[in-house]
Design a protein around this ligand. Structure first.
Ligand code: BES
Ligand code: ZN
Ligand code: ZN
Length: 470
């Protein structure tokens, strides 16, 4: 989609239709108010109607705050998509970036496996604005939304096509971006590194594992080094602790943490942020077979910690344990891992929200603020010593599952915590995106399928960190 800032009124703009953002106050002033009422329109978020006779798309808004504008833009696109309108005009609005994000995110469609697609005519959005930096605002918003849509595409691609090797190929392609380099490591490297936990998860898969390491180095001196570690399970069958059939469907989305890391790196490089960003992804499948790793096995992670396997479906934490050990070798100022780690997190915070865990409340607070601006939902889950004790094992240093059925999102976070060295405890944040990463019923501006969870909040955060003085 093309976005053009424009300073002329609708009548002379050359657009085929216009979008009117309508809150309660503006509703009172509308000429077509009575007709809108007859159509059941309310000046409320997620309401909308297209009147071809007056070439107007009316979209309701609770307020004109950023996320309301994203929702409104996505609604406008939905109303226009079946029409023949090619160029649409949007009345002046306070945050043109949010509007652009709404259009880009809301218009994403995953069509790779459809033999026929409905034609979409809308090509251009002309935005009435007097802002002198309108072009920059538009470009930035497009970059962030496109990085999110890129992550969606990765997650939506089916497990038969999207193998660890394919993920590594995609990562390699990102090294065409300025300042980006990519290293890909295979199973021999994992063996040399003593990453037995990661390797065990891969063992019954016909697809070899890949450890992907992307680095973006800015032109100007970097203010910080931020490392993102992503869970890249290209399929999670549960392994021998096999998932029930219904729960296995959507497990192509178990690579969402890795996909988010790819999207963040792409976005950071395209924005040219003054932050050194790394994306480290553990890519593998979790499958069954005669050589599968088993409940009762004991595995030794890269840092020497021994892990008793009691459930092979708690595989993400095993892969992340080794990847987190590897990542700390690069001395991050901030270390963030992202994973569709637990169903328990979805129970705890709901399917729209990312669970945020860590030790540094100030750091977590700054991420929450950035997330709120980006429109992503986050909620804190708190560690405590009693939950930590539930990971005790009688045969190894730690068990890969808790002995209690309660608090599973936090005990998974605490499992990862044992692989964080003292020096990095205050620098580390764990994001459980199991809920929002994959959308089963459309909500907000998210279609069914992947949402790109984690990309926007972290790009907003990196952008804020890059602007901090000191
Ligand atoms: N990938 C799943 C978590 C998940 C569940 C993501 C639902 C998205 C939606 C993870 O590997 C898993 O299976 N976790 C287990 C952990 C349990 C065995 C302690 C779970 O959540 O049931
Ligand atoms: Zn699992
Ligand atoms: Zn998993």
């Amino acid at each position: 989609m093309i976005f053009t800032p424009i300073q002329t009124p609708f009548e002379t703009s050359g657009a085929h239709a216009r979008v009117m953002l309508v809150d309660a106050a503006r509703f009172e002033t509308l000429e077509e108010k009575a007709l809108l009422e007859a159509y059941g329109f309310k000046p409320k978020s997620e309401a909308g109607v297209y009147f071809p006779h007056s070439k107007t798309v009316y979209v309701g808004c609770d307020s004109f705050e950023a996320d309301e504008l994203r929702l409104a833009a996505a609604k406008a696109w939905e109303l226009l998509k079946a029409s023949t309108c090619k160029v649409v005009y949007v009345e002046d609005c306070a945050d043109i970036g949010a509007l652009v994000e709404g259009f880009e995110l809301g218009s994403y469609q995953f069509t790779a496996y459809k033999s026929k697609n409905d034609p979409v005519h809308l090509e251009e959005v002309r935005i009435a604005t007097a802002a002198s930096d309108a072009t920059e605002q538009i470009q930035k918003a497009r970059t962030i939304a496109n990085a999110t849509n890129y992550a969606k595409e990765v997650v939506n691609t089916i497990p038969n096509d999207y193998t660890p090797v394919r993920m590594a190929d995609d990562a390699m392609k990102l090294s065409a971006l300025e300042g980006v380099t990519c290293k890909v490591y295979d199973e021999h490297f994992l063996e040399e590194q003593g990453m037995e936990a990661f390797l065990a998860v891969n063992r019954a898969s016909v697809h070899p594992p890949r450890l992907i390491h992307l680095t973006y180095t800015p032109k100007e001196p970097a203010k910080k080094r931020v490392i993102f570690v992503g869970k890249g399970l290209t399929y999670d069958s549960g392994g021998l602790s096999l998932k029930p059939g219904d729960s296995m469907v959507t497990m192509k989305a178990d690579k969402s943490g890795g996909a988010a890391a790819l999207g963040i790196l792409k976005g950071a490089a395209e924005l040219g942020l003054a932050i050194e960003v790394h994306a480290i992804i553990g890519a593998t499948e979790n499958m069954i077979g005669g050589n599968a790793y088993k409940p009762d096995d004991v595995l030794k992670a890269k840092n020497g910690t021994t892990i008793e396997v009691r459930n092979t479906d708690a595989e993400g934490r095993l892969v992340l344990a080794d990847c987190l050990c590897y990542a700390q070798g690069f001395k991050p100022d901030i270390l963030v891992d992202m994973a569709t780690l637990t169903g328990a997190c979805v129970v705890a915070v709901g399917e729209y929200t990312t669970g945020v865990m860590g030790h540094n409340q100030a750091l977590i607070g700054s991420l929450h603020s950035a997330a709120a601006m980006s429109g992503e939902l986050t909620g804190s889950l708190h560690f405590n010593r009693y939950l930590k004790k539930l990971l005790k094992s009688s045969v190894a240093d730690i068990s890969n599952i808790s002995s209690s059925r309660y608090g599973g999102a936090i005990t998974a976070g605490l499992f990862l915590d044992t692989f964080i060295e003292e020096e990095y405890k205050q620098k580390w944040i764990h994001l459980d995106i199991a809920g929002p990463a994959y959308v089963e019923k459309p909500w907000g501006y998210n279609q069914t399928g992947a949402s790109g969870a984690g990309v926007r909040m972290n790009l907003y955060w990196l952008d804020a960190l890059a602007k901090e003085v000191n």
